[in-house]
Design a protein around this ligand. Structure first.
Ligand code: NAP
Length: 337
């Protein structure tokens, strides 16, 4: 057991510079249903930036110091009671959440920008063979979001037409590839030089949002997935084919109050919101697509844990193709792990 770990912490909300590496106490030993993981890599998500900036304070409180980070890949070093199927020494990844069960509002108390992190066993999946830990850390939040929207919410089938707005980012690079793997006909929307890379992910057509106002397209799609969360449903609904669905990556704040409000499509059809859930079984299903070579996680860059503030600045400036990942333990590239 390691006593005292390195972690990126914040002692107040603010811009990227509030992220500082400090020595902090280890997490407690895993309780029932929990697993303690030695983190080797942590994915960086807009969700982490929202926590850092204080936008989640109404839901998660302000108990400082806080350790940000929802995604991690690493090695299991201890398992609590009632945990089956996960063993010490195994390589795992997941969207971490140590709470005994998911919070009603859906947000987890995070903490993966650290040497060690605790999570509920049910959030974890085994890292597939031949997938390195940096790549594995890039998958959970972004990959689960895309997979849950396309498979669970939209029940996408072969031959469906899909418009992915924001196809070049963390979620969008997964959404594009998963939709293609499911046999859909994908039109991706991205900006500038990233358009060609979206085509390489399998999109049949790519639209540059610098040149074309996507809300003015004449076509109709079975699924309009606004990953970028920049467009209101009102501006997108005419792009949805009869019987189709529009999904936005951000719902209204009121949707945090009740799971029912997050699924308006169940009642009204035609539109809904993404609400990622830290589900290890869904992650394992996505991992099978990764292992089969149908989905290749896109890691734009790997930065050391000390550069978490640099990573957040780059995330918020935009322009990464896929994911930024923090390497814990000095590893600098996917090949190192
Ligand atoms: N509700 C949930 O469960 C959930 C889960 C995960 C993420 N999210 C949210 O979803 C959003 C995207 O997450 P991410 O991880 O994919 O972020 P990201 O990696 O920063 O990607 C942002 C994407 O938006 C695109 N974009 C920017 N401006 C655009 C415009 N004017 N028109 C069309 N596309 C535009 C970018 O394309 P270019 O760079 O090519 O311009 C890029 O593809 C964030 O707001 C995040 O908080 C929600």
């Amino acid at each position: 057991m390691i006593y005292g770990m390195r972690a990126v912490t914040l002692t107040r909300f603010g811009g990227p510079d509030v992220l500082q590496v400090r020595q902090v106490p280890d997490p407690p030993p895993p309780g029932p249903g929990q697993v303690l993981v030695q983190v080797r890599a942590a994915g960086v998500n807009p969700l982490d930036a929202a926590l850092r900036a204080g936008r989640l304070a109404p839901l998660l409180g302000r108990r400082f110091p806080m350790i940000p980070g929802n995604d991690a890949a690493g090695t299991v070093i201890a398992v609590g009671g009632d945990v089956t199927g996960i063993e010490v020494g195994q390589h795992v990844h997941g969207m971490f959440d140590a709470a005994p069960k998911p919070a009603r509002h859906g947000f987890a108390l995070p903490g993966t920008y650290a040497d060690l992190a605790l999570t509920r066993a049910s959030t974890l999946a085994a890292v597939p063979d031949r997938v390195d830990l940096v790549t594995a850390a890039a998958i959970p939040v972004a990959g689960l979001t895309a997979h849950q929207v396309l498979v669970r919410k939209a029940r996408l089938g072969r031959g469906s037409s899909v418009l992915v707005i924001g196809a070049s980012g963390g979620v969008g690079t997964f959404a594009t590839q998963i939709a293609v793997a499911l046999g859909a006909d994908v039109t991706g929307v991205a900006g500038g030089p990233r358009t060609e890379r979206v085509r390489a992910l399998g999109a049949r057509r790519v639209i540059d949002h610098h040149d074309v106002d996507v809300t003015g397209l004449a076509e109709r799609f079975d699924l309009v997935y606004d990953v970028s969360a920049r467009f209101s449903h009102r501006r997108l609904r005419h792009l949805v084919a009869p019987g189709g669905l529009a999904v936005a990556n951000l719902g209204p704040p009121v949707a945090t109050l009740s799971p029912a409000l997050r699924h308006p499509e169940r009642r009204f059809g035609r539109y809904g919101f993404a609400w990622v859930s830290p589900d290890g079984r869904d992650l394992a299903a996505l991992d099978r697509l990764v292992a089969a070579g149908d989905v290749a996680p896109c890691v734009d860059d790997v930065l050391p844990l000390d550069d978490a503030s640099v990573a957040h600045r780059r995330l918020e400036a935009g322009g990464a193709f896929g994911k930024l990942v923090l390497a814990v333990d000095g590893a600098r590239s996917a090949a190192d792990l």
